[in-house]
Design a protein around this ligand. Structure first.
Ligand SMILES: [Zn+2]
Ligand SMILES: [Zn+2]
Length: 210
């Protein structure tokens, strides 16, 4: 919470008010024991807030306050973009901060998942956290995407493809059906109970649908 404490002059026409932080505790049952230090003066309970502001007004400068817009313009003049390279500083590969959905794409004609970082094929794998698509160029490329995310990307790609198809292309090409668990292509199989769809990565994912 901010309130105007007193104006300090930066330029004669545009004094910038000084702002002060107040910590407001919302639980009405809170007991605040303040040591007699100035640092604790700005901690109040919600029910004390009104009285606190009224009291503070008496020592704040309310006369000739500039408009909020002019205050903003004045403050913006002091804005400088941060010169720190966060990625370098903490040794982070910028790719690692990329959303999972953007790290993989589904090639609907080749029916494979492609790594967006290095354009190599992604391979379905399993570890103790579950199914994931990892780049076949590992360890050079460490891209990996959870199977559920890949399935969503595949589904969206398929839906977009279907939407864009016209009558003639629809006659010649049918997009693959995709597994809702891992995103891999489903295969039509025949069993005793009739035809069913099975995930092509049978060893890792046991999705089946009749
Ligand atoms: Zn890769
Ligand atoms: Zn599957």
């Amino acid at each position: 919470m901010l309130y105007q404490r007193r104006a300090i002059g930066i330029g004669l026409n545009n004094p910038i008010p000084r702002f002060t932080n107040i910590v407001v505790l919302t639980n009405p049952l809170t007991v605040i024991e303040k040591p007699k230090s100035k640092d604790y003066y700005y901690i109040v309970r919600t029910d004390q807030l009104r009285a606190f502001i009224d009291k503070s007004k008496s020592f704040s400068c309310q006369k000739n306050l500039p408009s909020p817009t002019s205050i903003i313009h004045e403050i913006v003049k002091y804005h400088k973009p941060a010169a720190i390279d966060i990625y370098k500083r903490y040794n982070i590969d910028p790719k690692e901060t990329m959303p999972m959905k953007e790290r993989i794409k589904f090639d609907i004609t080749k029916r494979v998942y492609i790594c967006v970082f290095c354009n190599n094929q992604m391979v379905l794998q399993k570890n103790r956290n579950g199914l994931f698509w990892g780049c076949s160029n590992y360890p050079q490329c460490k891209n990996l995407v959870p199977a559920g995310v890949a399935a969503q990307v595949g589904k969206e790609t398929r839906e977009e493809y279907v939407r864009k198809q016209n009558f003639f292309t629809a006659l010649f090409s049918s997009p693959p059906k995709l597994c809702p668990v891992c995103g891999n292509v489903l295969e039509l199989k025949k069993g005793r109970k009739g035809e069913y769809w099975e995930c092509s990565s049978k060893q890792l994912c046991n999705y089946k649908k009749w």
